[in-house]
Design a protein around this ligand. Structure first.
Ligand code: MIC
Ligand code: SF4
Length: 642
């Protein structure tokens, strides 16, 4: 039996367990990346592990999220990360160099290698044939220290692409179509692998747009083959030596197959407030648009920006629309400024933002009240833009640019003949914004600089009894943005858990933090796909700080479930999902003999003391996860092993 691309990479990197679907396996990690919103915590955790120097082939820290420096906090955190990187052997991508995934694809991604990143869109690297997975900061810290990364060996979905996209139909439309078919939970426990003749018609950045938004499917990762197109891209980045060919074996076995004829797709949009709420632009109709934002790790490549510039050239942004553009990297911005495309954008009335996440994470550019904002981003969760009642539509750069001019949602196919933009034979290469670490000899003299915003992270205890109130009950598809919101006002406190805790679940229950502090402990009851979205471990660390002992849900999103275990919070599911309906917020709950039962793989039962009822619970932990849970999380577990 042959192997899929992902299976080949997993097989080459396997250090613990076997490649058996549904079981846990440990893989060696070649590269890691962090960004600043999760990075401060990841490096604090790394420092707590006491490892002198990173043990990966390459580790890079990017500063791209918290770049609105409205107080000392972000700048202090950046300085902390920079100093740790210098001391511990990590490359440091300075603010202004660009969004982690875009820069990593351009400068560091290598086909066939493994990459984990403390950001859920790390699978962008799948566009260049990497096995690139989003993880919690603690998992990344462990990998930097040379530890294995554990995944539940996923199923593989084959997406067979045929045909070729018509002019003005984009890679974004391909992934929106996949989201329409599979939904935001359709990818859980799966790797999505693209193949077929249509693959050859897509450039590396287009492939990366598609793998990036595989995160919105809940997938472990997504991956494309590494072929002649990949070689050309690497060559244009001056890295042809990094090329290796990679494809699935002819007789590889997949668990599911989806077929998409690229030539049949038309421009689409994900409507508020979920990335899988997809319709064609024509179906949605000519709604009035207030704001257009172009950029983010999904759609900020050179080719994306050149298309936008071509559409805007000689035109003027509609008087009722505010257009913001953030090119994804210094490389992209520099090239646009040299070839005149930036001038075309500026002349049309675009507001040019620095190369960073910006509006995607609510760092500025919040739309007006009830505003309609078209964004080339990957998430349109309610409130994420910073305006609670705004309606965010996820669209391609082509749809975004033409709509900015017309003032209404517009199908770019009205533009007729294609813009015909060629992939450059050579990108401008300038790595001066990536600082190299100190040598081993010099590292001793480097001081790690802690600012006053850095507070100790919460410690967890060994698993003991669980008896607490259902302090919060929430519905399906709760995102990490619900649990631990981001945005300009809160993000600067990512290294200050006590302060952050005041904002936990604010959108679902404004008294949540207060109630937890009053009770000192609690259990959260969730629906299906609990914790979808970001990799932010703050969505586990803050509940830990607030005394949350367990989350009992219908089902969990992958990264968040791992983050809960890492933090020592029990993720459990209902054996019978109807039991969810029987619990009321405020009910007094107990899981009797929880420690002994988990130790001995026995059934767990949830007693609802208030209602005098019992519900059977389900859990499936590997031996390693069991030990972690019993020890009270990954940090305690790692220490107990040393
Ligand atoms: C996001 O898009 O939500 C983020 C911000 O990039 C997160 C990471 C974070 O919360 O810091 C992610 O996707 O993992
Ligand atoms: Fe940044 Fe947005 Fe990408 Fe997250 S999704 S890494 S916030 S650009």
């Amino acid at each position: 039996m042959g192997y899929t691309i992902a299976q080949k990479i997993i097989k080459n990197h396997l250090v613990d367990g076997e490649m058996i679907k549904g079981t846990e396996a440990g893989i060696r990690i070649d590269q890691t990346l962090t960004q600043d919103a999760t990075g401060t915590m990841a490096y604090l955790e790394f420092e707590a592990m006491g490892v002198e120097r990173v043990k990966t082939e390459l580790s890079v820290a990017y500063i791209d999220h918290n770049t609105l420096q409205t107080g000392f906090e972000n700048a202090d955190d950046h300085r902390f990360i920079q100093s740790v990187c210098k001391k511990r052997g990590v490359r440091f991508s300075r603010p202004g160099n660009g969004i982690c995934h875009q820069v990593h694809l351009e400068r560091f991604g290598i086909p066939g290698k493994t990459l984990i990143g403390s950001d859920s869109h790390t699978p962008t690297g799948g566009g260049i044939g990497m096995l690139a997975i989003g993880a919690g900061g603690l998992d990344v810290a462990v990998a930097m220290g040379g530890g294995a990364y554990y995944i539940t060996v996923p199923k593989t979905v084959k997406i067979e692409l045929t045909g070729k996209l018509r002019p003005w139909v984009a890679a974004k439309d391909v992934i929106l179509e996949v989201l329409r078919i599979m939904s935001v939970k359709g990818g859980v426990g799966k790797i999505i692998e693209y193949c077929g003749e249509g693959v050859k018609t897509l450039s590396v950045p287009e492939r990366a747009t598609i793998t990036n938004m595989g995160a919105e499917l809940g997938a472990t990762t997504s991956i494309f083959p590494s072929d002649e197109i990949t070689r050309q891209f690497l060559k244009a980045q001056g890295r042809e030596m990094d090329y290796v060919e990679l494809s699935a074996d002819e007789d590889a076995v997949y668990d599911e197959t989806i077929k998409i004829d690229l030539s049949k797709l038309t421009p689409m949009a994900a409507m508020p407030h979920m990335p899988d709420n997809v319709k064609t632009v024509d179906e949605i109709g000519s709604i009035k648009v207030d704001q257009v934002c172009i950029g983010s790790c999904t759609n900020s490549s050179y080719m994306d920006m050149m298309k936008v510039a071509a559409i805007l050239k000689g035109k003027t942004v509609h008087p009722n629309v505010s257009l913001a553009i953030a090119p994804g990297s210094m490389q992209v911005l520099h090239m646009l400024s040299k070839n005149g495309a930036l001038a075309d954008m500026i002349a049309a009335g675009a507001r040019i933002l620095e190369s960073a996440c910006g509006p995607c994470i609510g760092m500025g550019q919040s739309p007006n009240s009830k505003g309609v904002s078209l964004r080339t981003f990957n998430r349109n969760f309610e409130g994420r833009s910073g305006t609670a009642d705004a309606g965010i539509y996820l669209v391609s750069p082509e749809v975004a640019a033409i709509s900015a001019v017309t003032g209404i949602l517009t199908n770019p196919m009205i533009l007729g003949k294609d813009a015909e933009i060629e992939m450059p034979e050579k990108f401008d290469i300038n790595d001066s914004m990536v600082l190299m670490p100190a040598s081993v000899e010099e590292a001793d003299d480097v001081e790690v600089l802690y600012g006053p915003n850095i507070k100790p992270f919460p410690t967890s205890e060994k698993l003991a009894e669980i008896k607490a109130k259902a302090i919060l009950k929430v519905g399906d598809n709760i995102t990490t943005d619900h649990i631990m919101p981001a945005g300009a006002k809160i993000l600067p406190y990512r290294s200050n858990i006590p302060y952050l805790s005041n904002f936990c679940f604010k959108q679902c229950d404004e008294h949540f933090a207060e109630n937890c502090k009053k009770e000192g402990k609690g259990i959260i009851i969730g629906g299906s796909n609990y914790g979808q979205g970001s990799s932010r471990e703050h969505a586990a660390l803050v509940p830990l700080y607030l005394g949350i002992k367990a989350v009992i849900a219908k089902s969990f999103a992958r990264i968040h479930c791992a983050n809960l275990i890492n933090a020592g919070i029990l993720p459990l599911t209902f054996k019978n999902s109807d039991d969810y309906d029987k619990i009321t917020q405020g009910d007094e709950l107990e899981i009797k003999n929880v420690k002994e039962n988990i130790e001995n793989n026995q059934q767990l039962v949830l007693t609802n003391i208030t209602k005098n009822e019992e519900y059977e619970l389900f859990y499936e932990f590997s031996e390693r996860q069991k030990d972690m849970i019993l020890e009270g999380g990954l940090l305690n577990y790692t220490k107990s092993k040393n």
